[in-house]
Design a binder for this molecule. Structure first.
Ligand SMILES: *Cc1c(COP(=O)(O)O)cnc(C)c1O
Length: 239
């Protein structure tokens, strides 16, 4: 990686952090409430290393094996890195997620929760999980309906090797700020409802490069940013 690209990641991270701070300031929230996840899918370990050098320690990955490879590459790093699985999870890949990641954002059915719970090594802290909600995109197969959250939440809460931390959503692409806010507002309300049965649920994972300000205004506590940090992805080399 050339020197100019290295500087680009550091500069991009600084820009994203400033945008988070500005969006938080606008709605009167402390920016420390909002965790920046750097989404490093399809990017090489060298890019992750540059982000680490710029003070970024939380990363999101979509593809199980790619994520596991990077986790192994950076094993034992101090300060500790946090690895979040944010991609669709098939049951035949659940063991790798249970054994390697710190968080899983895309829990949307009981069977996967049961497998993760069984497969999470007892030597590790519980896997921190979010229920993925299908908030706006009826055509999407990922995520559960709002009215199904409570039932799945109760089932997860009975699992000793999982800790339910909140909700995640990937809304349909929407460029209008007011409409983004409306959709994210439904997630904020859903988290409040969830907190009635699960007080430890403190996390709303929502907001990507193009809809981050609205997500923060609606109460997001974790934004997932890829392109604005690492640049455009080249899918021809991955998958
Ligand atoms: C790729 C991805 C992101 C990051 O998207 P950008 O548009 O690159 O910021 C965030 N969340 C999920 C679930 C993703 O798959």
């Amino acid at each position: 990686m050339s020197l100019s690209q290295q500087n680009a990641i550091e500069q991009n991270l600084q820009n994203v952090r400033e945008k988070i701070a500005a969006a938080a300031h606008l709605c009167g929230r402390p920016s420390e409430e909002i965790t920046l996840l750097a989404v490093s899918k399809t990017k090489p370990a060298s890019a992750v290393e540059e982000a680490i050098a710029a003070g970024q320690f939380a990363f999101g990955e979509n593809y199980v094996q790619e994520g596991v490879d990077k986790i192994a590459h950076f094993a034992g790093h101090q300060p500790a890195l946090t690895w979040h699985f944010i991609g669709p999870l098939q049951s035949n890949k659940s063991r790798l997620v249970a054994e390697n990641f710190d968080w899983c954002h895309t829990l949307d059915r009981l069977k996967i929760a049961q497998r993760l719970n069984e497969q999470r090594p007892a030597s590790l802290p519980p896997l921190q999980v979010l229920i993925q909600v299908n908030i706006s995109d009826e055509a999407s197969k990922s995520g559960i309906a709002l009215h199904d959250i409570a039932e799945l939440a109760r089932q997860i809460m009975a699992m000793p090797h999982l800790t339910l931390r909140g909700l995640m959503a990937i809304p349909a692409v929407e460029t209008d700020y007011a409409r983004q806010l409306e959709v994210f507002g439904k997630m904020r309300d859903a988290l409040k409802d969830l907190q009635n049965i699960c007080p430890q649920a403190d996390t709303l994972s929502m907001g990507m490069t193009d809809d981050m300000p609205a997500a923060i205004a609606a109460g997001s506590t974790m934004v997932r940013i890829g392109t604005a940090i690492f640049g455009a992805r080249d899918y021809s080399v991955k998958q």
